[in-house]
Design a binder for this molecule. Sequence first.
Ligand code: PLP
Length: 436
Amino acid sequence: MSADPRRQVPRTDTLLADGQIVPAVERLGRDLVREAVRTVQARIRAGGLAPADAVAEVLAALPDTAASLRPVLNATGVLVHTNLGRAPLSLSAVAALTAAAGTTDVELDLRTGRRGPRGEAALAALRAAVPAAGAALVVNNCAAALALAATALGQGRELVIARGELVEIGDGFRIPELLESTGARLREVGTTNRVTAEDYTRALGPDTGAVLKVHPSNFVVRGFTRAVPVAELAAALAGSGVPLVADVGSGLPAPEPALPDEPDLQTTLADGADLVLASGDKLLGGPQAGLVLGRADLIQRLRRHPLYRALRVDKTTLAALEATLRGPLPPVRRMLAADLAGLRARAAALAARLAAAGVDAAAVDSEARVGGGGAPEHPLPSAAVSLPADLAGPLRAGAPPVVGYVEGGRTLLDLRSVPPEDDEALATAVLAAAGR
Ligand SMILES: *Cc1c(COP(=O)(O)O)cnc(C)c1O
């Protein structure tokens, strides 16, 4: 018998052919499993692991899927968190997305066997959710919707926009730069803090392609300010033949009582906008998408533009969007509607359970936010579990990772952004992070 551990390291071929490891090779592919095998072999060689444990350790080291994105528990209290993938999809949207992931009839009419219109059911669901829309179009995200509208209506022409709406959305994404990149010229009107309907109408001329209103999603201007509401602007533009395009950002189909100041698609169109643009993965609660709704002739112009082909969405997005609109209320909208008493009860139950296991935990009141650039000044009353600050790192490193925030020397896990069915997983993750 040799004491040299290198002689006892199980061979790669032997491990890859092991009855327990073969299904993992089928699920994840040979390369990923071989990586795990090499890591385990290195640990045995270093004397840190018994050769007999090799198979179990390889299985433990394997990722759940062949992609590296992992499910994360969002306890930040930010309902639509761009760094955490924005809106979590409803189970119904996930099922629809999975069903459409294989071969599917996205552009085939199964009755006639001929080519059919792409994604027609998703567009019909959008029109049903927003009855004021004559037609609808879906592209990759709201930035793509804006680029398409600016190109189709404003290329080589002028887009009239208020100075106070030349905003930066985040991560260096500046609306005016995107608009100018399409070859449209910006005709800025008003001042940073004030604009009137006359400022807009004075700027109209033979070169005007469209008037654009952009919701300043992530900031507010206070004090001596004046903006022109869509209804007033539409009335001022009546008869000019110039289309009014409103980018509302967050994508609420209809007014949401919890967010009285947030614009919605139906009201914006009913107020007289010719086109309304929004994201699919903010307050609509669906997949990443850019929604364009409004006048059928304008939608047709966008659809016919060559750029549309470069921006159109895939079958899984169409499936998830349709299911979001037709299925049960998506998670983001449930989180918005959650009542404070229920959130406090969940926080109290979690804190009591953690405290009983010896964790320094307490239930506290907190403030959640919409996020994703929505309702910047509108905190949502919420409840959180307060933990020692030094748990934030271990919680992020856990399985599943938990992301909260540190405030006042404590780690807070806000429950408004956590679906109630995940409370059990949250408790288990905290106990593991605290070493209990
Ligand atoms: C978020 C937002 C955008 C960008 O939307 P994406 O879907 O991320 O491209 C554009 N305009 C407004 C007003 C927004 O709030």
